[in-house]
Design a protein. Structure first.
Length: 484
């Protein structure tokens, strides 16, 4: 087995996670921590529909509630009433490339652990790239793992570092010295809420405030939904500690080159979020404008594939003068198809998930814009639906460059060999999906769509330029597999 195959096999054992985290440190008697965390998670539901959980710290007594499914399924009936209105609480929604089994609830987050210095609850988003080495070292020292989650791995390291550290925040800072990869996480200790973002800033994390209480969220849209104030983004490499004396910032790991995941802006984040001072909606609008300028076409209507393609389509329409219209109706109660293993299941799900408004497209030349093409099946199905609905021509514009590489920092993508852009040229793919034309935005043009030059992006899934080295380098350095 090649080293790349071994790395992919390792990620099959420990699925890459694309998640949302939310935490609160409550300083107001009239605020219900459980209600606010649950409401915050609803705003982050797009980041994960596989499981949800909340953990509350009530004067040092921790209580968790977590289950599989979307939030309304995970927190059925009066389940939330079992949780106390504690001082500190944290929540998590998870998306994974692997099916969440009922027997694997222990790997759901927040992960609660108890050790010498009390309890810790951890909610994590991202992926640790040197996990093989860390797992092996911890197992050799006697650690017993009950799951394969990043959160459990990190909790063991923090517990070990706490023995030598004077405070929990010092233990977290020492833990960061050992971690490589992507980690935006919220930690609840017996008396503190701790927010941590990796030095590259792969995944977003931000600070908010409601009255005198502080909140931490994967995206700013959660604060808007709650009527809270967006304070600022947490810096790449920063550790933010909130306790009874206020907010404390530790920046020992800040200052290096950052690598914000560009796919957060293209697809993952909600359009009403602001990530590292960049409006997601405006970024997508800019992408649409560039696509119109670089790849014009004579057409009668521009349509976006919900949800992330809509802002791009509006930008394309504004720049081209072609009217914008709604053509694609999406069933929002079905999950993503890119992580499904069965081709037949993926096809049936697509048939249920997507429909076309025939009056919008019948007899017209249509420009359809999507955020990306991964395997190609979804776009082929959409083009077929549009033509069956009477569209004279279908011109596809893609708001990202061709996917040619898998992600090792937390975005749920198939292995590189399963990405259609690795097997076909653009014209071959155009023929496969049945489009009259097909054009992608370039990496250079995509980066130019950001309003600020202060943000550096990771585009490894398009370019193959991994900020922390290539997968082969991970295995040259850490040539051990997780066993058993």
């Amino acid at each position: 087995m090649s080293k790349v195959a071994e790395f992919n096999a390792l990620n099959d054992e420990k699925p890459r996670e694309e998640c949302g985290v939310f935490g609160i440190y409550r300083n107001d008697d009239d605020i219900d921590a459980v209600v606010e965390v649950c409401s915050g998670l609803y705003s982050l539901q797009h980041r994960g529909q596989l499981s949800a959980g909340i953990c509350v710290n009530d004067n040092g007594n921790f209580k968790c509630l977590k289950n599989s499914g979307v939030i309304s399924e995970a927190f059925r009936s009066n389940a939330l009433e079992e949780l106390p209105n504690g001082k500190i609480a944290v929540g998590h929604v998870k998306h994974s490339v692997r099916k969440f089994e009922e027997t694997e609830l222990i790997s759901g987050q927040p992960l609660l652990m108890r050790y010498k210095y009390g309890s810790l609850a951890i909610a994590h988003n991202g992926d640790i790239t040197n996990k093989a080495k860390l797992y092996e070292k911890l197992k050799e020292s006697g650690s017993i793992f009950q799951s394969n989650s990043n959160a459990e791995l990190i909790s063991y390291i923090i517990a070990g570092e706490r023995i030598e550290a004077d405070t929990i925040e010092e233990a977290v800072l020492r833990t960061m010295d050992k971690l490589e990869g992507a980690y935006s996480m919220v930690i609840v200790s017996p008396s503190k809420l701790i927010a941590v973002r990796d030095p590259h800033g792969f995944r977003p994390l931000c600070l908010g405030k409601m009255k005198n209480s502080y909140m931490v969220s994967s995206e700013s849209c959660a604060f808007d939904s709650l009527g809270a104030e967006f304070v600022r983004d947490i810096k790449p490499g920063e550790v933010l500690v909130i306790d009874e004396s206020g907010v404390h910032s530790y920046t020992e790991h800040c200052g290096g080159k950052t690598s914000m995941c560009i796919f957060e802006h293209i697809y993952v984040a909600r359009p009403d979020s602001v990530l590292d001072n960049q409006s997601v909606h405006m970024f997508r609008m800019n992408v649409g404008k560039v696509l119109a300028e670089k790849y014009p076409v004579e057409a009668d209507i521009v349509c976006g594939i919900p949800d992330s393609g809509v802002s791009c389509a509006i930008g394309y329409a504004a720049a081209s003068g072609i009217p914008y219209g709604i053509a694609i109706i999406k069933n929002k109660y079905l999950g993503r198809t890119l992580s499904m293993d069965s081709d037949s299941l993926r096809k049936r799900t697509l048939e249920i998930k997507i429909n076309v408004l025939k009056p919008t497209v019948c007899g017209k030349r249509v420009v359809i814009i999507d955020d990306s093409i991964v395997r190609g099946g979804t776009m082929a199905h959409i083009v077929e639906l549009l033509k069956k609905a009477g569209a004279k021509e279908v011109h596809v514009r893609v708001a990202s460059p061709p996917f040619k590489n898998s992600c090792y920092y937390g975005t749920s993508l198939p292995e590189s060999e399963k990405l259609v852009a690795n097997r076909m040229t653009t014209d071959e793919l155009r023929q496969k999906i049945g489009a009259d034309s097909l054009e992608y935005i370039s990496v250079e043009d995509l980066l130019g769509c950001a309003d600020s030059s202060d943000v550096n992006f990771c585009c490894a899934c398009f370019s193959g330029d991994y900020p922390i080295g290539k997968p082969e380098e991970f295995f040259d350095k850490y040539s051990t597999k997780i066993k058993g």
